[in-house]
Design a protein around this ligand. Structure first.
Ligand SMILES: Cc1ncc(COP(=O)(O)O)c(C=O)c1O
Length: 405
């Protein structure tokens, strides 16, 4: 099977020819290669944990697996408290409520829509700040310009696992009396100057959705070192109940169940191996795409550690002559299911573009630039290093064949 798929790439005529199989022959891969295929490192251990949970008859409501999962996350993030939740979105909704945010909250437009929806769903007005196109994370200078008397907080996103410029954002937040929270859905295991993500903001959230490199089918968590905030999050994720079953606050059902925790724990036991596998694939991409004009792979900044779950390729179509969307179509035809993570910016999505209270200065040039240029390539355990080498061959072929398509 491997040989056949490999042949379908290598037996093509030379780059530059218009007879490339790429544009009409068999796909390069006979199975689709995705971004974010689930990593399932140890099925036996997972099934054993699930059996034990079933035998205990304790399936949810702060069970032993959830507590163990939270403990492992505390160790990993350095946060004093971690509260597991049913999803990353639920974690953010609970966190912003628990921290008492209201009115306007500054957030990047360049994020997955869940970040922005969570604020809006809690009755807040998301105010879109631009990102620095070099890092893909919030531009602290632009954040500062957007602060009004109605602003209550900043929600940064450690996008693609890259930590935000947290020292600059902290200064802006402190000088203006604002909460500083982070959406760390992409960034478990990432760090900056030895400080792990999860310990950078007043509170941070993680996602363990099936597409994340550590997954719990669905799941999330809030990390914080503020004991009062942790207590409120703990209550709010469980209908507002206090320790004595008295309802002490408003709340919702955002609890994680034991089956999800079994999956999350089992994956966490392999986090170092999975990150090493991500790094290996990243290095294969780096070598395979080296020297290709108009193509750049994003790399961690100085002092940063990344989990490398996303391999992000930036395309300068003025150089390649092939646009990002054109390349994406070609890759999809070859069963290389790369993704635009994310496009368009949230400020261009219907519910936000049409709202009447919008007041942010448009356009957001860093957001627009990045949203038009980036592609996330397949990676993770389901994609072998040999697959990566072949993907690079296809990308090369596609970009050097010229605009014949
Ligand atoms: C940046 C970001 N924030 C929030 C979420 C929401 O997490 P969940 O799907 O666990 O609700 C996701 C992805 O799923 C995400 O990519």
């Amino acid at each position: 099977m491997q040989a056949t798929t490999h042949d379908s790439v290598t037996q093509r005529t030379a780059p530059g020819s218009r007879d490339l199989a790429l544009f009409g022959g068999r796909p390069a891969f006979d199975r689709p290669l995705h971004v974010g295929s689930p990593n399932i490192p140890d099925r036996k251990r997972l099934f054993r944990r699930i059996e034990e949970a079933l035998d205990r008859g304790w399936l949810t409501n702060n069970g032993p697996l959830v507590r163990e999962f939270e403990e492992r996350l505390r160790e990993l993030t350095g946060a004093a408290h971690v509260l597991a939740t049913s999803s990353g979105t639920a974690a953010l909704e609970v966190l912003v409520r628990a921290r008492g945010l209201s009115g306007e909250v500054i957030v990047p437009s360049f994020t997955y829509v869940a970040t922005v929806h969570a604020l809006q769903w809690q009755g807040m007005t998301p105010v879109f700040a631009d990102i620095d196109p070099d890092t893909g994370t919030l531009d602290p200078g632009h954040v500062e310009q957007l602060i009004t008397p109605r602003t209550s907080g900043i929600v940064g996103v450690h996008f693609w696992g890259r930590p935000c410029r947290t020292d600059a954002l902290r200064r802006v937040a402190d000088e203006n009396g604002l909460a500083l929270l982070y959406d760390a859905a992409h960034a478990l295991g990432s760090a900056v100057d030895g400080r792990p993500v999860g310990s950078l903001g007043d509170g941070e959230i993680f996602s363990f959705h099936a597409t994340k490199f550590i997954n719990a089918f669905e799941g999330g968590a809030v990390a914080t070192s503020d004991p009062a905030l942790a207590e409120t999050v703990d209550r709010m994720r469980n209908f507002g109940f206090g320790p004595g079953r008295e309802v002490l606050t408003h709340g919702t059902n955002a609890k994680m169940n034991e089956i999800s925790a079994a999956m999350g724990l089992t994956a966490l036991e392999h986090i170092d191996e999975i990150i090493a596998a991500n790094v290996l694939r990243f290095e294969h991409y780096r070598a395979g795409l080296a020297g290709l004009p108009g193509v750049r792979l994003r790399t961690p900044g100085a002092g940063e550690r990344s989990n490398h779950q996303y391999v992000v390729m930036e395309i300068d179509s003025a150089v390649t002559g092939t646009g990002r969307d054109q390349l994406l179509r070609l890759l999809h035809a070859e069963n290389i299911v790369a993704q635009k993570y994310f496009h368009p910016g949230c400020h261009r999505m219907r519910p936000y573009a049409l709202r009447s209270e919008t007041h942010q200065p448009l356009p957001l040039p860093g957001t627009e630039q990045l949203a038009e240029r980036v592609l996330v390539l397949p990676s993770g355990l389901a994609v072998t290093p040999a697959d990566v080498d072949r993907i690079c061959e296809v990308v090369r072929l596609a970009l050097t064949a010229g605009p014949a398509h």
